[in-house]
Design a binder for this molecule. Structure first.
Ligand code: SF4
Length: 369
């Protein structure tokens, strides 16, 4: 594996920039990365030309840390409280910051990560409009997606439609309109996921290297996310180890291995919610492409996004499963155990089969052709 990016989380108060939560703001548990470790990792990353991304918190750092960091070229991820301190980098906006966004200066070069729970879904369009002119790219992170109800997913889809129309309007006025959930997939011809543990890992304040900060904060899952030679889970991070993701074309999906582990208990099996939400975004991106493609000089810049009739790649395998059940050799072997299995959903059955044979989904996919 070749790591191209190095994340460094300076302390345990560093805010989450992604799907995980940091609820640990207890002074008695405060951990700050050791100075010598910071020095070491920065020197090593610089030597081999890795991009360095440092996650700052609201807590003051000792002066020597600032002096060291100032010497090294790095991208900053920082909480809302530090907007006056950092002029560039990636700003994290959480729900509690939304009432203060009017203080954000207009800035067409700023990157923003907006983290919202399902409670805010009905206001998503409004929230994005309130940020007009303050960002060059806005990345949306939907929190606790496993708690999304069917109605909330429908509301999300309605919001996506409104945001898509707004993007078309902004583009026609030559305004910045990069919003991850609708524009990331536009230019992609292959998967472009988070790739935590594949292209980057995180040095955490406890001195350990993790797939990403989520595994530092979630003590139940820490051992799954440790980067070391004994961790056999690491080979499962690659897309080839995830038959569901490897047949999917929601190329912009984060394919969050932390959420996989948390929700399905398998690091390489995505939850249904993750798949459906990414497909709603993919389908609206397809509409966005149709809205804007005629305005481009070179229309091949935007790859065609085909029409599909499913929202979860597991569906692709559904019909094959029925064919298999109809197959007489299999039906002769039906036992009470198999009858019990028949009461499970397609997805539950596939997960069980996949646990026994990691190649089964690829086999089913190939046998379709
Ligand atoms: S694995 Fe990637 S997408 Fe998931 S929480 Fe970590 S950084 Fe975010």
């Amino acid at each position: 594996m070749k790591y191209t990016h190095q994340f460094i989380q300076l302390d345990s108060f560093a805010p989450s920039f992604c799907y995980y939560q940091n609820n640990n703001f207890d002074e008695s548990n405060y951990e700050l990365i050791k100075y010598h470790q910071l020095h070491e990792v920065l020197s090593e990353a610089e030597q081999i030309n890795k991009s360095i991304i440092v996650i700052y918190s609201n807590k003051d750092l000792p002066t020597e840390y600032h002096t060291l960091l100032d010497r090294v070229n790095h991208e900053k991820i920082y909480p809302f409280k530090l907007i006056d301190q950092f002029k560039s980098g990636i700003l994290i906006l959480n729900e509690e910051n939304l009432s203060q966004v009017s203080v954000l200066q207009r800035d067409s070069s700023r990157n923003i990560i907006l983290r919202l729970s399902q409670k805010k879904i009905d206001n998503l369009f409004e929230i994005i409009c309130s940020l007009e002119g303050t960002f060059s790219k806005l990345t949306l992170i939907l929190l606790e997606i496993d708690k999304f109800s069917q109605e909330e997913i429908c509301s999300y889809k309605e919001q996506l439609v409104k945001i898509r129309k707004k993007i078309v309007k902004w583009l026609s006025e030559n305004k910045t309109a990069e919003i991850s959930i609708l524009t990331d997939r536009l230019l992609l011809r292959h998967m472009n996921n988070c790739d935590a543990g594949i292209r980057h890992f995180t040095l955490a304040p406890d001195g350990n290297n993790y797939v990403c900060p989520a595994f530092y904060f979630d003590k139940n899952l820490s051992s799954f996310g440790l980067i070391n030679s004994e961790n056999t889970n690491l080979r499962l991070l690659k897309i080839d180890s995830s038959p569901v993701c490897s047949i999917c074309d929601a190329y912009h999906c984060k394919r969050c291995v932390y959420l996989n582990k948390k929700i399905t208990e398998e690091i390489n099996i995505p939850s249904q919610e993750q798949c459906i939400i990414s497909h709603e975004e993919r389908n609206q991106t397809k509409e966005l492409r149709a809205d804007i493609v005629s305005t481009l000089k070179n229309q091949t810049e935007l790859p065609v996004i085909p029409e599909i009739d499913y929202l979860d790649p597991f569906e692709l395998l559904k019909h094959k499963k029925h064919d298999l059940i109809r197959n007489s050799n299999i039906s002769n072997d039906i036992t009470q155990e198999l009858i019990d299995l028949a009461l499970l959903t397609d997805r539950e059955i596939l997960i069980k089969v996949y646990e026994q044979n990691k190649n089964i989904l690829n086999f089913l996919k190939n046998s379709q052709h």
